[in-house]
Design a protein around this ligand. Sequence first.
Ligand code: FAD
Length: 320
Amino acid sequence: MSILIYAESAEGKLKKVAFELASYAKKVANSLGTTVTALTFNSTDTSELSKYGVDKVLKVNDTKLAQFNAKAYADVIQQAAKKESTKVVLLSSTTDSTYLASLVAVALEAGYASNVVGLPISTSPFQVKRTAFSNKAFNITEINTDIKVLGLAKNSFGIIETSTSLTEEDFTPTLSDNDFNIKIESTEKVSGKVAIADADIVVSGGRGLKGPENWGLIEDLASVLGAATACSKPVSDLGWRPHGEHVGQTGKPVAANLYIAVGISGAIQHIAGINSSKVKVVINTDPEAPFFKVADYGIVGDAFEVVPQLIEKLKVFKGQ
Ligand code: FAD
């Protein structure tokens, strides 16, 4: 009755969220006196999971599952959960996993808690702390079903090394045509850039940058930091940047280790989406801009003067 985690990968490589989930699962498993099993889909190397407390990997290798397909993936996860007699299924809070979690919960007749932060407060009754109202509040949720599905909020637990001896097992689920009645016709990938969802650092620009011709500033700062670029809603509405870069309540959520906001006022709808980032930095000419109230570090200044200086300093620092 081990804990089952869905260890996400991209192009065969395990994602960082898989290691955070494994670290979290190990702690939960310790408190329940059980082990951790990870389920992987077409991952080439799963041995790294042994560093983060995973005892067993169920490896699914099937070309039909090469592309993410929520219905089929959810079916496989529930089959793996039944095979392992799992009582707790853990997923991360990426877009794919959030989509999957509710399908898995329905298939297993399980209670589901999303956006979980921290270890269970109690395992009997099973209570977890979750974020609510776009990270403005917490709530305590009790799950009373036999099987529990949890979605761990990104960057909420961290990656903790715990070495285990890992066993690997091939797992061949039973798939039917019904699993594939939703088909992805095509995927457009942005290449050569750090994706916002995977980024440790995000550099984001707002209307204070005056126009798309000035976006080189954001890109240069992002490049020196190895960061993803993002923007406020009006910036994408104005067509200065693609909609995929819009972050906030109605855009992509950001839970980065460092979020740098340049020329962004800090409206409530923007902050709602980036609030779970660990360290927030703002550069703004207006000392009264609301962003300063939520920022860890703030620079009152003109982005066109501050950002080039910051880039130069970072280049020198990186060169050392
Ligand atoms: P502005 O509010 O125009 O702020 C520009 C800032 O730049 C100002 O603070 C100014 O002092 C500063 N500035 C100007 N010149 C410089 C300079 N040279 N150097 C440095 N700073 C400078 N917004 C989002 O971002 N994401 C969302 O998901 C979102 N969802 C919304 C949902 C709803 C239902 C609604 C009603 C609104 C939503 N908004 C969202 C819009 C939000 O309310 C704000 O209007 C928006 O975030 C403001 O964008 P901004 O900070 O880029 O622009």
